[in-house]
Structures are given as C-alpha cells and as structure tokens.
Design a protein around this ligand. Structure first.
Ligand SMILES: Cc1cc2nc3c(=O)[nH]c(=O)nc-3n(C[C@H](O)[C@H](O)[C@H](O)COP(=O)(O)OP(=O)(O)OC[C@H]3O[C@@H](n4cnc5c(N)ncnc54)[C@H](O)[C@@H]3O)c2cc1C
Length: 488
C-alpha cells in the first residue's frame, strides 16, 4: 500500500469537494479525480441551486411540495425535508467560502424561477453556476492541510476488509494502492451510457458499478431524467444544455411548423417539469413526423439575454445561432440520474464504512423526477452529512486496523474487445429513451449481458477504456433488469 488515510473521497465535483472541506483538520483525506479536477457534471451546471432564503415570499413547505409534485410523490419525505431545511445554510456557507453568486444592487442574492418551482428561489452565478461552485470550492480545498488531491487518478478496483477499504488507482499508466477506514463515492452520473447526453465525459457510473460489485444496494437506477432542451444541431455526443432558466425567463417551445404546442400536453406548458416537457416533445415529434423543435426567446432585449445568459449565447453563436435573433434548435437527451447507490439520511450505503453522495447516490429526494436545481443542493447537503457522520464514527471508534491487503493483479493483460461502449449506448438509446419501448427490454438486457460476459471473462490490460466500459455495461444491465422485471 502506498499510503493510508482516514477517508478517501472519489470525485472532485460539488459533492466530493464539499465533503472534503466538511472534515475537521485532524481527519486525513485523499480526494481522487479520474481526469482533470474540474472535469465533472458539476462544472457544467448552468441554472443554479434551489433554496429558500427569503421566508417572506417563500417557505420550506412550498419548496418541499414543489419537489414532491415534480417527483410524483415517489420521493422519501424525510430526505426531502432534510434537503430543503438544511440546504440554505450550506448555500450561504459556500458563498462565504468564496463561491461567487450573483447579487442584486441592494446586496441580496439574486433568485430566479425555473420549471416546476412555484417561487423565485434559484440562486446562481450568471449561467455558469456549477463552474463558479467548483472553482470556489476547489480553491478553498486546495488550502486545507489535511486534504491531499490527486488528479488523473482513476479508481479501478475496490476491496472491502473488516476495518475499511483498499483502493487501486491508475495514474500515469501505473498502479497506486491506498487504504482507508471510510470511503465516500462521489463519482457522479451515468450519462455516457446513452448516445446523446448533456453529461461530462467522466459520467460513466463507475462508483455505482463498484458499489454494486461490492454488494451495495442500488435503487431506482431506471429513473433516468431526460432534459427536454439540449442544443440539437451538433452531432456531438455531449450535448450542450439550453437551461430551464431560459424558459423561466420567457422562452417558448415551437414545433417544426413554428407553432407553440406544450400547452396541448400540460397546462403548465413550457414550465412543466422536465419529464412532462420531454414527453410532450416526443409525442409532438411522433405527431408531426419531425425532430425539429426550437426555443424562441427573441422577444427579450438583446442586452438582457447576453448579460443573463452569456455562456449559452456564446456557445450558440459558436454553432451559428444568435439567440437574440434566431430560434434555438433543441431536442431531449439524457441528463440526470435520480436513482443510484442507496443511502440513508446519514449518506451511509448498505456496506459498513461506505458512503455515497451527489448524483451517484439515491437519497430518495428526487422521487420519479428531479425538480430543477435540486441536485447541486442535494450534493452539498448529503456530502456534508457523510463527512459529519464519518467524523462522529472516527471520534467514537478511532482509527481501525484495515486488515489484510489483497494481492494485486498486474495491470498488464490482453487488449480489450473494441466497440462495446458504442453497442451499449445504441441499445439504451433505442430501448429506454423518453418513451421507453418495453417490447425491447428483454432482448436489450440479453445483449448487454453478453457484452458483460465478454468484458469480465478475461484479464485484459487495465485502461480507463476498460474500466469505463465495464461500468457502463454494469449500469446498463441494472437499468434494463429493473425495467424488464417491472414489466413482469
Ligand atoms: C449540463 C448540465 C447542467 C446542469 N445544471 C444543473 C443546475 O443548474 N442545477 C443543479 O442543481 N444541477 C444541475 N445539473 C446536475 C448537477 O450538475 C449534477 O447532478 C451534480 O453536479 C453532480 O455532482 P457530483 O459531485 O455528484 O458529480 P460530478 O460533478 O459529476 O463529479 C464526479 C467526479 O467523480 C470523479 N470520478 C468518477 N469516476 C471516477 C473514478 N473511477 N475514479 C476517480 N474519480 C472518478 C470525476 O472525475 C469527477 O471528479 C446539471 C448537469 C449537467 C450535465
């Protein structure tokens, strides 16, 4: 073993970073990121963080109700209450630590409206809130003497012992071995299981796959959220998001004939929750036999749009679309995972010493559908909770011996079979997109199982490609198994 720590956190998104800074200075922490430290879904978040800061025009009960309505009342009520009631203090805390949030001339934090929210309660940094959060938290964490950070450090295997965990990490083509009493998985989402996604390249569900292979309970992995308005002209796999806030500021959705249609499917129209709007677009697409859809916000003053949505304006301009004059082409794509590694209110998984927080975790707050801007809030509240719970345990039980270190297999081996990742992406995109095709579940599941068989049957050379292919295969298989079981 190269080194042992009290805690290893896998992931440097909002959840990993906030967990790291929530430990007292006598707890040793290692933070791992498989690529650059800022490459994550957190960095891509545009809209903001939902939280009740103004108790005159808003209150916890309203935020809880909005969350439950969006989640179709499939949420875990206690988890939602904790999110809503504890979240505001975390948002104020990150702001105090240096995360820059937009303010009104009177000094109060700006709050905007997003789909599914009954009040203006989304705090933001222009349209690049996630980047502001990651940059602010990372700058702070880098000053902490008890936290070591390793970038380009890919977790490729986890071993559970009586006292904790041994983690194998691939860095610069070499293996490194670390031990810890407690481990927090903050590895983010699963977007790369799909052909088109808004997610970062790191979103391959690694933490979920490792937790599953250790025997942790995984819950509701088939609760995948599709964002209705990703920029649709580019053929890139990572689709650029036209945030809900654009509709919150008055953009309307148009079909291929240039006509509004969202109200024909739900009376909340463009501001209905994401699943409802995605559903409306796909049904309208089937009706019109066209995949051409647009957002129109040209009625707003150009200066306002450039100031309010600088990143979106710029990205659209790069694609030849001037949002002050042109309709923005949009279509749904994979965006978020509501399910994940099942955790309790302390962020503990079903495995002793293993915690999960952020998008890879299933706290139950989102139910069947996430309310916009609740996920960064969840990442903050539940990662801090994990750190607090681990600290309590370290105080009570002290540092435990880790137990026997496993034999490590060499990273060399034969070359992995090619094409597995694209096959899985095609399978999921076809069988389980916005309007699922139940008749394809069984066959799709069998195909993914064959790919798993291929990937796990031999000692291939350990590369990031292999680790990620295995992760997306395991994730796809759990999703398809869940939906096909639901069919029976
Ligand atoms: C385009 C876009 C816009 C969004 N907008 C909003 C918004 O406005 N408001 C909101 O609340 N939410 C938004 N979300 C969702 C939100 O950003 C994410 O749910 C949240 O940031 C997830 O944070 P996380 O820390 O759990 O994961 P991430 O930020 O994705 O971080 C995951 C980390 O895990 C690391 N990792 C993964 N696997 C391994 C491995 N094997 N070894 C080592 N490290 C590993 C990665 O390197 C990365 O550092 C948006 C998401 C996207 C994609």
């Amino acid at each position: 073993m190269d080194k042992r720590y009290d805690v290893i956190i896998v992931g440097t998104g909002a959840a990993g970073l906030y967990a790291a800074l929530s430990f007292p200075k006598d707890v040793s922490v290692l933070l791992l990121s498989k690529k650059e430290l800022t490459l994550s879904n957190s960095s891509l978040a545009q809209g903001g963080v939902a939280c009740v800061l103004d108790t005159i025009h808003d209150n916890y009960k309203l935020h809880i109700t909005d969350t439950l309505v969006a989640g179709k009342y499939k949420n875990t009520l206690k988890a939602v209450e904790k999110l809503v009631e504890e979240g505001p203090a975390d948002v104020l805390h990150i702001n105090a630590l240096g995360v820059d949030l937009d303010r009104n001339p009177d000094g109060s934090l700006c709050k905007t409206l997003e789909a599914g929210h009954s009040r203006h309660r989304i705090v933001h940094h222009k349209d690049s809130t996630g980047k502001a959060i990651v940059d602010g938290l990372l700058a702070y964490v880098q000053t902490l003497p008890n936290v070591e950070i390793l970038d380009n450090a890919l977790l490729y295997s986890m071993h559970k012992t009586l006292g904790g965990f041994y983690l194998s990490v691939l860095r610069n083509g070499e293996s490194r071995y670390f031990g810890c009493n407690y481990c927090i998985l903050a590895t983010g989402g699963i977007g790369r299981v799909y052909k088109y996604t808004t997610n970062s390249a790191i979103a391959t569900g690694d933490g979920i796959a490792f937790a599953y292979m250790l025997g942790a309970k995984i819950k509701n992995l088939s609760r995948v959220q599709f964002h209705p308005t990703a920029f649709a002209a580019a053929e890139n796999r990572e689709r650029f998001l036209i945030s809900e806030a654009v509709r919150g500021e008055g953009a309307v959705l148009l079909n291929c004939e240039g006509k509004r249609f969202a109200h024909n499917y739900d009376k909340r129209g463009e501001l209905a929750p994401r699943d409802v709007v995605s559903d409306a677009i796909i049904r309208e697409s089937l009706r019109t036999h066209s995949e051409n859809f647009y957002l129109d916000i040209t009625h707003k003053p150009a200066d306002f749009l450039r100031e309010r949505f600088p990143m979106i304006s710029e990205r659209c301009l790069e694609e030849g679309v001037d949002i002050t004059k042109d309709w923005i082409p949009v279509f749904p794509c994979q965006h978020y995972l509501m399910g994940g590694i099942d955790v309790n209110l302390n962020s503990e998984t079903s495995i002793d010493g293993l915690y999960a927080a952020g998008e890879c975790a299933h706290t139950g707050v989102h139910g069947a559908n996430r309310l916009a801007s609740n996920s960064l809030l969840e990442a903050l509240v539940y990662s801090r909770t994990a750190a607090e719970d681990i600290t309590r345990k370290l105080r009570r039980y002290g540092r435990k011996p880790l137990g026997l270190e496993p034999a490590h297999r060499p990273i060399t081996g034969s070359k992995m079979p090619s094409g597995c990742r694209s096959q899985i992406r095609e399978i999921l995109q076809d069988a389980y997109f916005v309007l699922p095709k139940p008749e394809k579940f069984e066959e799709s599941y069998k195909k993914v199982e064959e790919i798993i068989e291929k990937l796990f049957s031999e000692s291939y050379e350990i590369t990031s490609d292999l680790v990620e292919a295995k992760s997306i295969a395991v994730v796809a298989s759990i999703i398809l198994d869940e939906v096909r079981e639901g069919q029976q």
